[in-house]
Each structure stands twice: as structure tokens, then as C-alpha cells.
Design a protein around this ligand. Structure first.
Ligand code: FES
Length: 97
């Protein structure tokens, strides 16, 4: 059973990875995109800068820009086209100003 928006049905024997989202562990599998990892874990990738709530991506193929997620170290990545890697540290709201 999954607590996330995505439910893993196959390939669950890939090597485990751990990402961090606002300091909380996010378990992922080798070969996941960041978006897959985040949505298998929960229901949010980012908050809309236009005030219409949490976002979970839209196209899932690199075309819509609805999955930008901040890196703790600064900058942001497109979650649906970025491979997950062990130790990656992400932030929903971006680095502290
Ligand atoms: S979900 Fe559309 S670009 Fe990532």
C-alpha cells in the first residue's frame, strides 16, 4: 500500500535510494525520476506561485513546467525529467531567503 499519489505495481526490487524533502526522508528506487519518487511518497511536488494550491505536475514528460522543485542548495530542477539520486535534498518552498 502506498501513501502517495502514485502506487508502485511493478519493478519494486530496484536498488533503494533516499531523498530528502524539507528534511523528511523520501524513499525511492533507482531509475525513478524525482517526480515519481515524490508522488510515490506523497501528493505534492511544489506550491503554485499563483496561489492555486499544491501541484503534482501535469504532463509528466517535460513539457508543461508544472513540476519545478527547489534544491536545498539553491536552484531548481524539473522533477519529471530529473533522475532521482541518493541523498538529493529538495525543498517545497525553496531556500530560506
Ligand atoms: S510535469 Fe510537466 S514538465 Fe514536469
Amino acid at each position: 500500500m502506498s501513501d502517495g499519489q502514485f502506487v508502485r505495481l511493478a519493478e519494486q526490487d530496484r536498488a533503494p535510494l533516499t531523498l530528502f524533502l524539507d528534511g523528511a526522508k523520501v524513499r525511492a528506487l533507482a531509475g525513478d525520476t524525482v517526480l515519481t519518487a515524490l508522488l510515490a511518497h506523497g501528493h505534492i511536488v511544489r506550491r503554485s506561485e499563483f496561489g492555486d494550491g499544491p501541484r503534482a505536475g501535469f504532463c509528466l514528460m517535460g513539457a508543461c513546467q508544472d513540476c519545478w522543485v527547489f534544491l536545498e542548495e539553491g536552484g531548481r530542477i524539473r522533477a519529471c525529467t530529473t533522475p532521482a539520486r541518493d541523498g538529493l535534498r529538495l525543498s517545497i518552498d525553496g531556500p530560506a531567503a
